[in-house]
Design a protein around this ligand. Structure first.
Ligand code: HEM
Length: 481
C-alpha cells in the first residue's frame, strides 16, 4: 500500500532501516573523532597513550570513511531505486543491510577490545587481527550486494525487460556510483590475489597500503559521485525539472564509473607491493576525480540561473537561510571546492593530508549527505523534530569543519606529522594552529552531535496522528517536495 510518501510501506521500512543504520554509524564516528581531536589538542590530550590514540583513530576512520559513507550511499541507492520504481529486489535489499550490519558489528569487537597491532594505512587504518578483516570484508559484501541490486535494476530498465522512463540524472549518477563501488571490490580482490593473504615477513604498513590502494581510490569516486547526485537532487527539490543538457551531464557522470576501472591494472603491471609508490597512477586518479565535479558543479549554477527566469522564486534573492537542506548544500559546495584547492599540499604527508580529507569528505560529502538525510525524513513518514536546532545545525558544523581544516592545514604547513600521538602537544611551532584545530573540532562535534540527535529523535519518534499534525504549524520547504 502506498502512503503519502509515495513509497510502499515495505520499501519505506527498507529505506528507513538503512537511514537509521547510517545515522547511528555517523554518531559512533563523530564520538571517536572528538576523542582523537581532543587528544591532539594542546592542553587537553584526552587519550592516555599512543596505543589508545591509534586504536580510536582506526575506529574513527572505519566508522566515518567506510561505514557512515557507504551505509548512507546504500540508503541513496535504495531510496532512488524504490522512489523511481526501478525493479530492485527487496529481498536483496534486506540481505545487503543484514550482512553489512553484521560486518560492522564484527569489526567493532577488535576496536572495543583493543585487539591486534594498529597499522596506520591510508583509507583503511586497521588492527592487524583476523576479526578486523572478517568484519571489514563482510561489511563490504553487504555493500556489494546493495550496489549490484541497484545496477541490475538499472540494466533491466535500460534493457527494456522492465519498461519505464529513461533514467533521470540522479538515477544515472547512482548507477555510475554502483559501477565504481563494484570496481572497488574487484580492485581489492585483485590486490589480494596478487599480494597473497598475510604480510608474511613483509612490512605490514607497506603490505596493507598496497592491499587497499586500488579499493580506496575507487571508493573516493563512489562517495564524490553520490555527493554530486545529492547536489542535483536537492537543487531539483527547489527548482523542479533540470534546465541543463541532461545528456552531457550523464556523459560527465560516466567518468565517475570509467576512471576507477583503471585501479586494478597496476597490480598486473608492477610488483603489487610497490603499487602505492607509482605516483603517476595516484595523481591521475585524484585528478580524474575532480574533473567531472568541476564541470557538473557549474551546470548547477546554469540551472539555477535559467530557473530564475521561469520561477518567481523570491528565495533566489533571499536565500532560505534557515532551510537546512539548502544550507548544507551551499556549505558542501564551498568546502568541497576549498578542499580541492588544498589537494596538492596533501601529498606532503603532514597534517595537510587530513586537512584536505576533512574539507572534501566531511565539508563536501558528509554535509551534502546531512541535507539529503533531512529530506528523507518525510519519505520515511517521519516529521523533523527540533526544527530550530536543524536550522542552525549546518552553520555550526560547517564553521567547526572550517576551523578544524584551517588548524590542520596551518599545523601541517609547519611540518606537524599526521596520525602521531604527542607531536602536536610538544611541537611549539604548531601549537597555535593545533589549538584552532581543537576549537574547530569541538564546534564540529557539537554540530555533528546535533545532526545525529535530531535525526535519531525524528526517526525513532512515531509521526503524530493527522489530527495532532494538523494542530502543528507547517515548516515551509522541509520534508515536502
Ligand atoms: C566532527 C567531525 C570530525 C572531526 C573533529 C575529525 C577529526 C579528525 C582528527 C583530529 C583526525 C586525526 C588527524 C591525525 O592525527 O592525523 C582525523 C583523521 C581522519 N578523519 Fe576525521 N574528523 C571528523 C569527521 C570525519 C568524517 C565525517 C570523516 C569521513 C567521512 C573523517 C575522516 C577522517 C580520515 C580519513 C582520517 C585519517 C586522515 C589521515 O589519513 O591522515 N573524519 N579526523
Amino acid at each position: 500500500m502506498k502512503s503519502s510518501t509515495g513509497l510502499s510501506s515495505a520499501n519505506r521500512n527498507l529505506v528507513y532501516s538503512w537511514l537509521l543504520y547510517a545515522i547511528s554509524a555517523a554518531g559512533i564516528a563523530g564520538t571517536m573523532a572528538f576523542m582523537v581531536a581532543m587528544t591532539r589538542t594542546p592542553g587537553v590530550r584526552l587519550l592516555p597513550s599512543a596505543r589508545a590514540f591509534h586504536v580510536i583513530l582506526v575506529g574513527h576512520v572505519t566508522f566515518a570513511l567506510t561505514i557512515w559513507l557507504l551505509a548512507f550511499i546504500s540508503t541513496v541507492w535504495m531510496y532512488i531505486g524504490v522512489q523511481t520504481g526501478l525493479p530492485m529486489s527487496r529481498k536483496a535489499g534486506w540481505v545487503g543491510l543484514a550482512i553489512s550490519l553484521a560486518g560492522a558489528a564484527i569489526i567493532s569487537i577488535p576496536i572495543l577490545l583493543f585487539q591486534g597491532e594498529d597499522v596506520m594505512t591510508d583509507y583503511v587504518p586497521l588492527l592487524d587481527t583476523p576479526l578486523f578483516f572478517v568484519g571489514f570484508v563482510t561489511f563490504l559484501g553487504g555493500i556489494g550486494i546493495t550496489a549490484a541490486n541497484y545496477l541490475v535494476a538499472v540494466v533491466r530498465r535500460r534493457a527494456g525487460t522492465s519498461p519505464g522512463p529513461t533514467l533521470s540524472i540522479t538515477e544515472y549518477g547512482m548507477a555510475c556510483a554502483a559501477v565504481a563501488a563494484l570496481t572497488a571490490l574487484v580492485a581489492l580482490a585483485v590486490a589480494a590475489l596478487r599480494l597473497g593473504i598475510g604480510a608474511n615477513g613483509r612490512v605490514p604498513a607497506e603490505y596493507y597500503q598496497a592491499m587497499f590502494w586500488g579499493m580506496g581510490h575507487s571508493f573516493q569516486y563512489v562517495s564524490v559521485s553520490t555527493m554530486v547526485v545529492v547536489w542535483f537532487a536537492v537543487v531539483g527539490v527547489f527548482l523542479g525539472e533540470p534546465k541543463i543538457n541532461e545528456r552531457f551531464a550523464k556523459v560527465l557522470f560516466s567518468l565517475f564509473a570509467l576512471f576507477p576501472l583503471a585501479t586494478p591494472l597496476p597490480y598486473f603491471l608492477y610488483d603489487a607491493i610497490t603499487v602505492p609508490t607509482r605516483k603517476a597512477w595516484g595523481i591521475s586518479l585524484d585528478s580524474g576525480l575532480s574533473l567531472p565535479v568541476m564541470l557538473l558543479g557549474p551546470m548547477l549554477i546554469v540551472w539555477a540561473w535559467r530557473a530564475r527566469s521561469t520561477r518567481n522564486v523570491a528565495w533566489l534573492k533571499s536565500m532560505p537561510w534557515s532551510e537546512p537542506r539548502v544550507m548544507t548544500f551551499a556549505f558542501s559546495v564551498a568546502l568541497f571546492a576549498f578542499g580541492l584547492s588544498i589537494h596538492p599540499a596533501a601529498r606532503q604527508g603532514t597534517l595537510q593530508t587530513p586537512a584536505h580529507y576533512h574539507s572534501v569528505v566531511v565539508g563536501g560529502v558528509t554535509l551534502a549527505f546531512m541535507g539529503l538525510a533531512y529530506h528523507l525524513l518525510a519519505k520515511v513518514d517521519r516529521q523533523l523534530i527540533w526544527r530550530k536546532l536543524a536550522a542552525i545545525q549546518p552553520y555550526f558544523f560547517a564553521l567547526g569543519i572550517m576551523l578544524l581544516v584551517a588548524g590542520l592545514l596551518g599545523a601541517g604547513t609547519l611540518g606537524a606529522p599526521r596520525k602521531t600521538y604527542d607531536a602536536a602537544v610538544t611541537g611549539a611551532a604548531w601549537l597555535q594552529p593545533m589549538v584552532i584545530m581543537g576549537v574547530g573540532a569541538g564546534i564540529a562535534a557539537l554540530g555533528g552531535a546535533a545532526f545525529v540527535a535530531i535525526m535519531l529523535k525524528s526517526l525513532l519518534h512515531r509521526t503524530p496522528t493527522p489530527a495532532v499534525a494538523a494542530k502543528r504549524p507547517a515548516l515551509v520547504g522541509v520534508g515536502g517536495d
